[in-house]
Design a protein around this ligand. Structure first.
Ligand code: NAD
Length: 269
């Protein structure tokens, strides 16, 4: 194993999934979240997910118990002190993430690696507030983490080659396939996926087709497991809109303008 103890910030959808996968490989995991409720929900989600794997006979009762025992849950940032790799998976908000990183400057060891699971924020910008920018990288897991095999690795401007190689090794230890992206808006997956989802919203807005037909066309015509608009609901329309705005602002190119219908649905809640 490339690291001894994994820290995770944020016990939400992504954080608890990463915790489960890391603990399943036998690594001790410390999860930190500001919300007690999120920690409880995170634990319940991991229990349920492991329960499903047990039912499908993919793991044994013993493996389930061992995995659960390896994960500790806390509201204290200090609890991450002994972690040699920490993955930040808190809410997608630039100021919030920058504050977490500044606070970690006081907690983590100089040699610790810090990664962010951000979907859209610049890794280079986040690294700039960390005491060791060469130890900072992007590790973009896919949702749901226990099922999706891909991790996008993002090298910030100052990430050292040596540390990036350790991050790759860590992803592989977790059983994931690591692809490398430059630190550009959307990285690889969202740079390609979000404009497709956005364009699907345009086909509906322009009256070209119904929601159902847009999804059926892409599902049956291009062999995707689900249509782009179903996928948009699964990701969350607000998240899709936020990522489109990141592409639009970050690239300064009108081809990334968010579809007004998508924006309207987000406004409607
Ligand atoms: P989520 O809302 O499910 O969880 C976020 C968690 O962060 C919450 O439990 C919240 O209490 C916690 N949090 C907020 N402020 C905090 C702080 N200061 N310290 C510690 N914890 C704090 O969100 P999510 O979907 O798990 O997304 C987390 C990150 O992963 C985001 O950066 C997101 O862009 C990224 N991501 C999400 C997906 C996805 O499909 N949901 C996929 C890939 C990457």
């Amino acid at each position: 194993m490339s690291f001894k103890k994994v820290g995770i910030i944020g016990a939400g959808q992504m954080g608890n999934g990463i915790a489960q996968v890391a603990a399943s490989t036998g690594l001790p995991v410390q999860v930190m979240d500001v919300s007690d409720e999120s920690l409880k929900k995170g634990l319940a989600t991991v229990e349920k997910s492991l329960g499903r794997l047990l039912k499908k006979e993919k793991i044994t009762q013993d493996q389930k118990e061992k995995t659960l025992k390896l994960i500790e849950w806390s509201t204290s940032l200090e609890s991450l002190k002994s972690c040699d790799i920490v993955i930040e998976a808190a809410t997608e908000n630039l100021e919030l993430k920058l504050q977490i990183i500044r606070n970690l400057n006081e907690v983590l060891d100089e040699s610790a690696i810090l990664c962010s699971n951000t979907s859209s924020i610049s890794i280079t910008k986040m690294a700039s507030v960390y005491k060791k920018p060469e130890n900072f990288a992007g590790m973009h897991f896919m949702n749901p983490v226990p099922i999706m095999v891909l991790v996008e690795g993002i090298k910030g401007l100052q990430t050292s080659d040596q540390n990036f190689a350790r991050v790759k090794l860590f992803a592989e230890d977790l059983g994931k396939t690591f692809v490398v992206s430059e630190d550009r808006p959307g990285f690889i997956v969202n740079r390609i996926l979000m404009p497709m989802i956005n364009e699907a919203a345009y086909t509906v807005m322009e009256g070209i087709c119904t929601v159902e037909d847009a999804d059926a066309a892409m599902k049956l015509g291009t062999n995707q497991p689900m249509g782009p608009l179903t996928l948009a609901d699964f990701i969350g329309l607000d998240t899709c809109l936020a990522i489109m705005n990141v592409l639009y602002d970050g690239m300064g190119d009108s081809k990334y303008r968010p579809c007004p219908l998508l924006a309207k649905y987000v406004e409607a809640g």
